[in-house]
Write a protein that binds this ligand. Structure first.
Ligand code: GLY
Length: 414
């Protein structure tokens, strides 16, 4: 086993922030640690999911696995790892051992999900918990869970004549799950890249890049917006249809999906050094910025109409902020790098200033996230994944390289 990346070195660009930004981000991390410490003793064996209209957490056990009941699909508890991640960020910020103890105890409750064969969300669960746990402590106890989970994610690869992709949902012997993939999976590839670096087994990286390539062909529309999900022909690999599960319509631009794609292609660029992924991430980000029309927080779907168009998604903004700060760190062109960093920081500032849940009755960190408008679940709420990507963005700025391995990548000339 080794932890070294095989990629060649390039100077890591450090992120320059103003004194006012430093103060804002630091005081926000103080509040994160405080709220986390207040919530942890109230959770029992369950985990925060989304907040209810009264601001209280709706909780779920980690053991709730994804699966079908008849025709009804449940994502199960794919958010449990994010709580471990927020505890670990609180530890890094405060250096208070209690957060590390809590994170380890919570990890024990999450660990059983490393055997879940039914969902790509295994990437989210362990990338947010076991990988930071290992990065921070160096304890292989964490790494073993992440590697077991990466095996399950790699096993979801479906090979067709036109390429290979990771099936997102469901048991692989169920045709409904086998033929479908979601844009969210791009953000789950981080687990495979980490596993390739950790174990030096490049099959994890091959699975991740095959998926990234097939998604680039099938999910990106002519205007650089993205489909939420694609149903493939299992033999040819042709897209049979693009559709949505949480967006306003099959042809609409679901904002969080766009952000998952940006995030996933930036990670793919960093972990492979392939310029084509960086260029694609940039095109997707340009589309996102264009549709923001000057806002920092997008609507839940850029094509939502009527009153629905006023419903925001701070989780999408948090994912975008984290991704664009990373794009700024990696981009080989200094002017483009500075512009993306500025954009990511501006969003992060807006989230800290305008969307942080300061009221004691509103648990969670960010107000106005939107888990699923079509299912009326977690609308105008805090969501555990939004909170995680928000603190990940804060870490990228305030504690670079402490929360996650920070690979150094040299890109080929464009
Ligand atoms: N399943 C990921 C999301 O709701 O964005």
């Amino acid at each position: 086993m080794n932890t070294a990346t095989s990629l060649p070195d390039q100077t890591i660009r450090s992120i320059q922030i103003t004194g006012a930004q430093r103060q804002l981000f630091n005081s926000t991390l103080d509040k994160v640690a405080q709220k986390t410490s207040q919530d942890e003793p109230t959770l029992g064996v369950e985990f925060p999911h989304v907040t209810a209209p009264d601001g209280a957490w709706v909780k779920m056990p980690a053991s709730l696995s994804a699966g079908y009941t008849g025709d009804a699909w449940s994502h199960g508890n794919w958010l449990c790892g994010f709580w471990v991640g927020v505890l670990l960020v609180s530890y890094l910020h405060t250096n208070n051992q209690k957060y590390l103890t809590w994170a380890r105890e919570r990890m024990r409750l999450v660990a059983q999900r490393a055997e879940d064969p039914n969902t790509h969300d295994i990437g989210f669960i362990f990338d947010s918990s076991a990988i930071p746990g290992y990065t921070i402590t160096g304890d292989r106890w964490y790494a073993d869970f992440a590697l077991a989970a990466a095996d399950k994610l790699r096993a979801r690869i479906i090979t067709t004549r036109g390429g290979a992709y990771l099936a997102s949902w469901g048991p692989l012997d169920d045709p409904r799950g086998r033929c479908s993939s979601a844009i969210d999976t791009m953000a789950n590839l981080s687990l495979l890249y980490w596993a390739a670096n950790y174990s030096n087994d490049q099959s994890y990286r091959l699975a991740a890049t095959a998926h990234a390539d097939m998604t680039a062909n099938a999910f990106i529309r002519a205007d650089d917006s993205t489909y939420h999900a694609v149903e493939y022909d299992l033999v040819s690999g042709e897209r049979k249809r693009g559709y949505t599960f949480q967006g306003a319509g099959d042809e609409s631009a679901w904002s969080r999906g766009q952000c998952w794609a940006i995030y996933g292609y930036i990670n793919s660029a960093r972990e492979t050094g392939q310029r084509k992924y960086l260029d694609l991430a940039e095109r997707l980000a340009h589309y996102y910025v264009k549709r923001l029309e000057g806002r920092q927080v997008p609507p839940w779907d850029f094509d939502a109409t009527g009153a629905d168009a006023g419903i925001k998604d701070t989780a999408a903004a948090a994912v975008a902020s984290s991704a664009l700060i990373e794009l700024g760190r990696l981009h080989p062109d200094p002017a483009a790098a500075a512009a993306w960093t500025e954009r990511g920081l501006a969003t992060l500032e807006a989230l800290c200033r305008d969307e942080f849940a300061n009221e004691a009755s509103h648990r969670g960190l960010l107000k106005n996230s939107c888990y699923s408008k079509p299912h009326n679940d977690g609308v105008r709420s805090a969501t555990m994944f939004g909170d995680f990507f928000f603190v990940e963005a804060l870490c990228r700025v305030m504690m670079p390289g402490k929360f996650r391995p920070q690979a150094k990548t040299r890109f080929d000339a464009a």
